[in-house]
Design a binder for this molecule. Sequence first.
Ligand SMILES: [Fe+2]
Length: 245
Amino acid sequence: MIFDIFRKKIDPDGTLEVLKTDIHSHLIPNVDDGSHSYDFSIQCIQRMAELGYSKICLTPHFQSYKFKNDEDDILERAEKLRQAIAEQNIKMELIVGGEYLVDSGFRKRLETNRFLKMNNQYLLIEFSFNQAILGINELVFELQKMGHEVILAHPERYIYFYEHPEIPKRLKDQGVYFQSNITSFTGFYSKRTIVECNKYIANGWTDFLGTDMHNSIYLEALVKACQDRKFRKILDTYQFLNNTI
Ligand SMILES: [Fe+2]
């Protein structure tokens, strides 16, 4: 039943072709809370190709406690996934990045300066969902000074941003790129994310869209969001940077 999502026909007017690249996904099997099998990853990538994507950036979680991934191991696993989809004749370019949580161990990473970045250029970071981080502007400045172009994942999901819009404003002023999740536009996480996504779009603050793909529930929500009239209007009129990757 759960795999019905792979059988429904995709509406040719409801694709994401204009984006070309998905910049945020958890499709390397068994490294985080994303895909738990090659089967799912392969079928999901096939489905994303049908949705119009031609490139996916794999961005597994890098955290100090829960998902202690290692960059070399991730590169190896990404290569295996590339081989697996090539064997199935799926046309999809897979590039590798990471989603780095700014937690108490994050500063240590600055010492080694070892990060997996999209196109060796963009560093995708995320924050705690419910607790503001002290000194975030200084940290971002340091990252930028080191030559990293910083993308903040799903700003619409940080609860403390709602009462403190000066936090995202300051990050924007610093030149941080914002990546919203497509499914946030249709309330997959909460109704509030719809309001926040629309606000960021109205401000011209959104730079990229991502699927943040984890499992079949996310995939189902993505296919549904593609059909959403309001989301489609944004997709038709707003200039996202995804197709520059
Ligand atoms: Fe993510």
